[in-house]
Design a protein. Structure first.
Lengths: 1326, 333
């Protein structure tokens, strides 16, 4: 199918010798081509023109490709011979491309592959797209027909049969697929977990996978037997309530998913309904075999066989962002035979059959045959349009549905994101196990006690053996065993049944608050933050390492032309973000200084200057402001000729293509890199508007500096020496209208400086200084230089260059390298540019704050090392004076040596670096680790990874460049497992999905088009900067809330549960409970659960502003100060104490004496009720002490809990004694009138909380934590009274950081101070 | 459509949704701490004293008679004595009134080591049967005291009723009998609602197993106050239950003769029996513990308060002093 052939050098040689002339003289012919407006090339390095006959060409191509390409040549009937326009060789990927261009008719691109086997069809098409993008640009692409090799020579129908290839699709006859055996699933998709029928069993199963729930289920089941100490309903009701609540949550979530599915299912598409009429149908009604018509910018409803498109040659462009995150368009080609099916009517009688592979998840393969007009044509992935990809640049396509609904490749591909659990939850499990152990322990004690008691109880005549053998004094052992079950049920209160459900509820509410946070709402895209899974909220407060993607996350991938240095003079007044931030910080410091000392005015002045914001209406890619250059003023500069040359380089030295913007009529530039785009915009603004590119010329509309009249000038483009990462420079050789040949060069400063002529160095010093400043401000810099060429010199060189370019030898690259090196010499320096890689809004500030909060930030990017380092500078991860440790693999070494050698080398690098870090004496020295993907492959292997990790951890910032998505995930895993700390991964693209799923918390950047990362993430935010608020505010709050909540839960259940145990010891371990069943039922569900939920949802130790102002507070989370075992056991101990107090005080007060003046003594119901009241009071006042933030909600819920208890008691007591039993009228008749009852409540409640109160008072008074002090400052309004102190503390409240602005700002301030000192000292001497 | 979508996604900017509701944020300032501890102390100690004095006003006479009421000849075989139905079990005890006892004086019996709270025991009754004459067959928890040998339901069934305490006391002072009022010793609600006025004892204590007291079959359960009191199971193995009330004052140093009919078998499990005469005050019977507990907690609070004051004096910390912030403190090496 693909025109591929083994390259045979012999034959190549022959082919080349066959093509006759290689000369630039052929240009006129090409220009004729351009006149027909058909093709304009971005940069055509080689123009090859041949005047071969058809036969010759035929032979050439046959030799080249081993395929008969006669059909292509045939259209050129008028005798015009196609021109081989371009032949490029790319050694890296071993492919050659050849563009043939006949004078009329479409041009063709050939790609020759060295190794057929290693490239699949899709890869090939990607490659093709890539090569086309690079060279030709989309806009002008469609006129190039794609190679359509003749079928008879190359194509055999696929020979496949057997399992895996059984699909049979009858095109245009969906009716066939409504019954067996061809009945395929409908296009209805469902991502719901449950449906109406499966909901109950499946959701129940999910619920009972939790050990605690299973225990309660077992207990509930046993409560139906006489073994149970409680009535069945008191066991079953809370379980039903708790499970019901969880299941309701599941149901709601499922419903939301269902609604989302329905939104997709209800999307409309045109479906052929017979007789050539297409009607709109929802996606879900689309069936296999249907012919559908998809319009521009719509998604494909199912996997389609591409039949024809609005383009005559049956191609279309597809964006697969949703599948693989790639933004570039891919070309799909229909079969030739289906090309005529290009309007609605033609489908009237369309009949065909497709036999193909069964549904599978592989996006890049497809095998099938297409049977049409009794001929069989093979199908491959280029004819398949996948569901969820988008039609672009094509007005419509027709296709036949092959795979629908869940059969489609994308649905087959969807994987469930792994379910994650937070650290706290994992720890909570351990606590549950501790409690289970405790439960089993006291149950054993209880049953042993029971057995002993029972064996000794023969004399208890009033306790005869019962009818069920549960109590049999003659067989104490049996009774003891049975009693173990009873006890296990009885002490179930130690394990809070409602804990899970309460936590779940609390987390959902917390998530709602996160979603509702208006400060994380992005106005531009209209996206709020979203907690996609609520069970990781508290984990946000414990993050230690942030692993971030670069493009799209930290940067917008947009460049802004900001400054330049021309001829040793700096232009551009705008400051970079780094400078701005430094200025702001300085302003603050100065404010402080002016209070203490007097001299600050000088610095202030400077700040006002640099602090000027970029206002005006912004032009994308251009933030330059300097009247000296704008509006043609440059010609009034002293060295106007230098400026002119500089600006010409801006406008000429690039590979971009201009495009007319249909809306505004202006020009936009399609550039290979965003830098170039920024340069062109800048050139335009300076009056050099690049407007047209033809095969051989660049047209620039130059504004005459005097008259402001635009003049269009043509520059002949003679050569273009490409930019590669190795060369680090790019040049064009042009001939201006006066015939002067110029070499214009831009490149990395180091490279350019090496190539300057002796005379061209006049600005070197100044430029170097400026470059350093730019780099420090985090800007991307390029140096500009030029060279005047004599025409003789040029043509000699060009001949050689052309030769080298057309040679297909192994040393071709070296030759080209040598030749370009030859011409790119003796340059004259003009100046340098500084471009700001537009960071996303607020990124440096956010990184700074995160660093202050003690988070480590790693950047994992697919970019080149230089770019990554630049960004590192821009977002303050790197700064001047930081020691950069670059770990790389030497290319030569890797090719020659064995893996082992490479590894040893890397290990050596790592050890050396570690040694260096270790030996560093300066405590403020910061190290940055930069590692590339290739090296990382080795560094991540088992034997190296620990050393690597150790080194990485000791460095202030880590940047991994050129990493693959898989490596991102591996690095994440290494950090996660190696350090054992919580990791957060943030990214926006499909390539970040692995990392997002691997990290403890995955955050997706939403708002951009691709949703892959968001779909895989746990939280989604619209901008990187919201991460600060998400972590520092919500994370901090949620962590504390959940930690306190869980601790309290254990406390209250221990406090309550143990009283049951004590009492049992007094009943001969018989399993009798002192409380009524209903009390216990309500305890967890109503009487104590609401305040703790309000604690979990609303508690704030400090307000959100303070969280942000004092990032150091965040460290309470990663250090786990609120949920360590010390604290957990403290709370458990408190529970134990409380249970002892409640039980024994009540027992001693009530046990034998009359409890009221009427002489009645307390029976079990009275004691139980009094004791229970005490429990309710104690635990509710405990939570009031725990809280530090009372809104009306907390007040209400605490009061409500206590009042509900009384209301319940009264109402329950009024029920018929059949229901209320001993509780009948107990409160109104027996307890309420007894003063001793009220006295004991007061006594017990106070006694229970006394130690805790003393403890927290003592702690706050003598060992306050940060939030305590801040609370106090706020409480006494000291922040208002003593602003200075407040500001000072705010600036101090950060972790020692070596990255972020703060570190850099400090350096900057030092620098400015020195300057100030210098300035002021002469004055002093005067 | 798009615009609408955008607006609908924008979070509400309310105080509630932004978690900015006005809130009371109390903090434990030293003032607060000391004040609250002192307040507790100041409140608790007088309350404790009040309770203690109330308890002190209670006059209580306790007489253990289980051992004393066994004739010496039976001292080694108390059980056979108590189980012998033909034995005359009356025994006379002499009580001294230490202080004047003002009516009403409550007469209690106290049992020890009697597990009325044992699960086997507590369950063994039928509330329904006690209340409802038609529910006499509702005896499902009452085994073995549910049916007689000839399969007639026992009313009231179950172990609790069956083990009814049956010692009786007759008091006299200076030869004159003191009337013990047996009415009004049970909770009113019990008599009205839990024990049926049309439910009469049936087949009670007629089986092979002999338990405790017998019931007059002519009196409805609602009026059998002894039974009602007994059936309110006690919380602990040591308990007192109301036997009756004396509505006359007893003078100080008076000697009271108690004629005890010692029927109830506690000898088998070594339980004690006591006769208690006690007055009550507003806190009920004699209950020194409550007062002591109050005084101790109050004292403890005062003690803590004093400690705090001392600590503040010697190691004061200005509230909101930023030097206590972790970043201002010297790192602990």
């Amino acid at each position: 199918m693909i025109p591929v052939a083994n390259r045979d050098s012999g034959r190549d040689q022959e082919a080349r010798s066959n093509s006759r002339s290689f000369s630039s003289n052929s240009r006129p012919q090409i220009e004729a081509d351009q006149d027909s407006g058909r093709n304009s090339y971005a940069d055509c390095c080689l123009v090859e023109f041949s005047e071969k006959s058809d036969e010759e060409l035929d032979e050439l191509s046959r030799k080249l490709y081993g395929a008969d390409i006669a059909p292509i040549v045939e259209p050129t009937v008028d005798g015009d011979v196609p021109a081989i326009v371009e032949l490029t060789v790319d050694d890296a990927s071993s492919w050659h491309s050849l563009i043939l261009s006949p004078s009329n008719g479409p041009a063709f691109i050939f790609v020759i592959l060295d190794e057929i086997s290693c490239l699949s069809g899709v890869e090939f098409s990607n490659l093709l797209t890539l090569s086309m993008r690079a060279r030709l640009k989309r806009s002008s692409l469609y006129t190039f027909g794609c190679i359509r090799p003749s079928r008879e020579s190359t194509d055999e129908p696929h020979q496949f049969q057997g399992p895996g290839f059984s699909r049979h699709v009858c095109c245009n006859e969906p009716g066939f697929h409504r019954k067996k055996p061809l009945k395929y699933p409908s296009n209805y998709i469902s991502t719901t977990k449950y449906n109406v029928i499966t909901f109950l069993p499946k959701a129940l199963f999910e619920q009972f996978r939790r050990v605690a729930n299973l225990y309660f289920l077992l207990a509930a089941a046993l409560s139906l037997t006489p073994v149970s100490p409680f009535s069945p309903y008191s066991m079953i009701a809370p379980l039903v309530f708790v499970i019901g609540l969880s299941m309701t949550k599941e149901a709601v979530e499922n419903w939301q998913r269902f609604m989302q599915d329905m939104k997709v299912n209800m999307r409309k598409v045109f479906v052929h309904s017979g007789n050539g009429i297409f009607v709109k149908k929802p996606w879900m009604k689309v069936e296999v075999g249907d012919v559908v018509k998809v319009e521009k910018d719509r998604f494909f409803p199912a996997d389609l066989l591409f039949l024809s498109s609005s383009y005559e040659d049956g191609i279309c462009y597809v964006e697969t962002m949703n599948l693989d995150g790639e933004t570039n368009l891919k070309v799909k080609r229909s079969l030739e035979v289906t090309l005529p099916l290009d309007d609605d009517q033609s489908f009237q009688d369309f009949k065909a059959t497709i036999k193909c592979e069964d549904p599978n998840p592989n996006l890049y393969t497809f095998v099938g045959n297409f049977e049409y007009h009794r001929q069989i044509y093979p199908l491959d992935p280029t004819q398949i349009l996948l569901r969820d990809s988008k039609l672009r640049n094509t007005s419509h396509v027709y296709g036949v549905v092959i795979f629908s609904g869940h059969d489609s490749k994308v649905m087959q591909n969807s994987t469930k994101s792994p379910s994650k659990r937070s650290t706290i939850e994992k720890q909570m499990d351990k606590i549950i196990y501790v409690l289970f152990t405790l439960l089993v322990l006291i149950s054993s004690i209880s049953s042993i006690g029971f057995a002993i008691k029972t064996s000794k109880q023969t004399p208890f005549w009033y306790l005869p053996q019962d009818d069920k053998n549960l109590y049999n004094p003659t067989r104490p052992l049996t009774s003891g065993w049975i009693h173990l079950i009873t006890a296990l049920i009885l002490y179930g209160y130690l394990i809070p049944i409602s804990l899970y459900v309460s936590i779940e509820l609390v987390k959902v509410l917390q998530a709602l608050f996160i979603n509702q946070d208006i400060n994380m709402y992005d106005e531009d895209t209209g996206t709020p933050a979203q907690a996609r899974t609520s069970n990781l909220n508290e984990e946000l407060g414990m993050v230690d390492t942030v692993l971030s993607d670069k493009t799209g996350t930290l940067t917008c991938n947009q460049m802004d032309f900001l400054k330049c240095s021309i001829g040793g003079t700096q232009y551009g007044l705008c400051s970079s973000e780094v400078e701005l931030a430094a200025a702001t910080q300085m302003a603050m410091e100065v404010d402080d200084m002016s209070r203490t000392g007097a001299h600050g005015s000088e610095i202030e002045l400077e700040i006002v200057e640099s602090g000027e914001r970029r206002s005006r209406n912004r032009i994308k890619g251009f933030s330059f402001e300097d009247s000296r250059l704008m509006n043609g003023n440059w010609c009034r500069e002293a060295n106007a000729d230098v400026v002119l040359m500089f600006l010409r380089i801006l406008a000429l030295c690039h590979t971009a293509i201009p495009e007319v913007n249909e809306l505004t009529g202006g020009l936009t530039y399609e550039a290979e890199s965003p830098d170039e785009g920024a340069f062109l915009v800048a050139a335009r603004e300076f009056g050099f508007e690049y407007c047209k590119r033809t095969q051989s010329s660049i047209f620039v509309r130059e504004k005459d500096p005097m008259s402001h009249e635009p003049i269009e000038r043509e520059y002949k483009l003679l050569n273009l020496l490409d930019f590669t990462s190795k060369r680090k420079r790019m040049s064009v050789i042009i001939q201006d209208e006066s015939g002067q040949i110029l070499l214009l060069c831009k490149g990395a400063d180091s490279i350019i400086f090496d190539r300057l002529s002796k005379t061209g160095r006049s600005f070197e010093e100044a430029t170097k200084r400026h470059l350093k400043e730019y780099a420090e401000s985090g800007l991307r810099t390029l140096a500009f230089a030029y060279r005047k060429l004599e025409s003789s010199e040029y043509f000699t060189w060009n001949d050689e260059f052309l030769k080298a370019k057309t040679s297909i030898n192994g040393d071709r690259d070296a030759m080209l390298e040598r030749l370009s090196d030859m011409i790119e010499r003796e340059l004259t320096l003009l100046g340098a540019t500084a471009v700001e890689d537009k960071l996303q809004q607020g990124v440096p500030q956010c990184i700074d704050k995160l660093a202050q909060a003690g988070l480590k930030i790693w950047v994992l990017t697919g970019d080149k090392m230089e770019t990554a380092i630049n960004i590192g500078f821009a977002c303050s991860l790197l700064r001047h004076g930081m020691k950069q440790i670059c770990i790389t693999t030497n290319v030569d070494m890797s090719s020659h040596n064995s893996t082992k050698g490479v590894k040893e080398n890397i290990l050596m690098q790592i050890t050396n670096a570690s040694q260096m870090v270790k030996l560093e004496k300066d405590p403020h020295a910061a190290f940055a680790l930069i590692i590339d993907g290739k090296t990382l492959t080795y560094a991540l292997e088992d034997d190296l990874k620990l050393q690597f990790l150790n080194l990485a951890v000791s460095c202030a910032s880590v940047i991994c460049c050129r990493v693959s998505p898989k490596q991102k995930a591996l690095v994440t895993r290494l950090v996660k497992e190696g350090t054992g700390k919580t990791t957060l991964a943030i990214g926006d693209g499909a390539n970040d999905v692995g990392m997002i799923q691997e990290a403890d918390i995955g955050v997706g950047i939403s708002g951009v088009e691709g949703m892959q990362a968001v779909m895989a993430s746990d939280f989604s935010i619209a901008q990187f900067r919201f991460l600060e608020r998400l972590l520092v505010v919500h994370g901090h709050w949620c962590y504390k809330r959940i930690a306190q909540m869980i601790c309290y839960f254990f406390y209250k259940n221990i406090a309550f549960g143990l009283t049951l145990f004590y009492f049992e010891a007094f009943t001969g371990f018989s399993g009798q409970s002192v409380y009524d069943d209903w009390y216990m039922l309500l305890f967890n569900v109503v009487l104590t659960s609401l305040p703790v939920i309000s604690l979990g949802v609303f508690e704030q130790d400090v307000s959100s502003e303070i969280c942000l102002q004092f990032p150091a507070l965040y460290q309470q989370g990663p250090r786990n100060l609120f949920f360590d075992w010390y604290r957990i056991f403290g709370w458990m101990g408190n529970g134990l104490y409380c249970s002892l107090i409640v039980f024994f005080l009540n027992i001693i007060i009530f046990y034998d004496q009359a409890f009221r003046s009427n002489g009645q003594t307390a029976d079990m119901a009275v004691v139980g009720t009094a004791m229970f009241t005490c429990v309710i009071y104690s635990v509710n006042s405990q939570i009031a002490l725990t809280m530090s933030h009372f809104t009306w909600i907390q007040h209400f819920l605490i009061m409500f809990s206590i009042i509900t208890w009384y209301i319940f008691l009264v109402l329950y007591g009024m029920l018929s004694p059949d229901l209320s039993g001993n509780v009948y009228k107990i409160f109104l008749e027996a307890l309420a009138p007894a003063p001793i009852y009220w006295l004991s409540i007061l006594l017990v409640a106070v006694a229970c909380n006394l130690p805790y109160l003393a403890h927290i008072s003592f702690q706050r008074s003598f060992n306050p934590m940060d939030h305590h002090v801040i609370q106090e400052i706020k409480y006494y309004k000291k922040d208002v009274e003593d602003r200075h102190m407040w500001r000072r503390e705010k600036s101090k409240a950060r972790q020692e950081t070596k990255i972020g602005f703060s570190a850099r700002v400090d350096a900057k301030i030092r620098h400015l101070r020195q300057k100030l000192h210098k300035k002021s000292s002469p004055r002093v001497s005067m | 459509m798009d615009q609408k979508n955008k607006t609908s996604k924008k979070p509400k900017n309310s105080k509630f949704s932004q978690q900015e509701l006005p809130a009371w944020k109390p903090i434990l300032t030293p003032g607060w701490v000391i004040t609250s501890f002192i307040t507790i102390g100041v409140l608790f100690i007088p309350t404790g004293l009040l309770a203690l004095s109330a308890s002190d006003n209670v006059v209580e006479i306790v007489d253990r008679y289980d051992e004393g009421c066994i004739p010496d000849s039976y001292s080694q075989k108390a059980e056979s004595y108590i189980q012998n139905p033909n034995q005359n079990k009356t025994c006379v005890r002499t009580l001294r009134v230490p202080k004047k006892m003002v009516a009403p004086i409550f007469v209690y019996y106290q049992l020890e080591k009697f597990y009325q709270n044992h699960r086997r025991f507590v369950k063994s009754k039928s509330d329904k049967q006690l209340r409802d004459a038609d529910a006499q067959d509702d005896t499902h928890n009452c085994f073995p005291e549910d049916y007689t040998a000839d399969n007639k339901p026992i009313v009231p069934c179950g172990l609790i009723a069956w083990s009814l305490f049956n010692d009786t006391y007759k008091l006299s002072a200076r030869g004159k009998a003191i009337n013990i009022d047996k009415k009004g010793i049970a909770w009113k609600s019990d008599m009205e609602a839990k024990f049926g006025s049309n439910v009469y004892p049936k087949n009670f204590q007629k089986g092979t197993l002999i338990g405790g007291g017998k019931l007059d079959e002519r009196i409805p359960l609602s009026e059998q106050e002894d039974l009602i009191v007994w059936m309110r199971t006690a919380a602990l193995p040591t308990f007192r239950k109301l036997y009756g009330k004396i509505n006359t004052d007893l003078e100080s140093h008076e000697t009271i003769t108690a004629e005890v009919e010692n029927n109830y078998n506690t000898y088998k499990f070594g339980g004690r029996k006591k006769l208690v005469l006690s007055t009550t005050t507003w806190i009920g019977g004699k209950n020194d513990f409550l007062g002591i507990a109050y005084i101790s907690v109050g004292g403890l609070c005062l003690f803590i308060a004093i400690n705090f004051i001392l600590l503040y004096v010697f190691r004061p910390r200005r509230l909101g002093d930023p030097s206590y912030l972790s970043w201002n403190r010297q790192p602990i090496v």
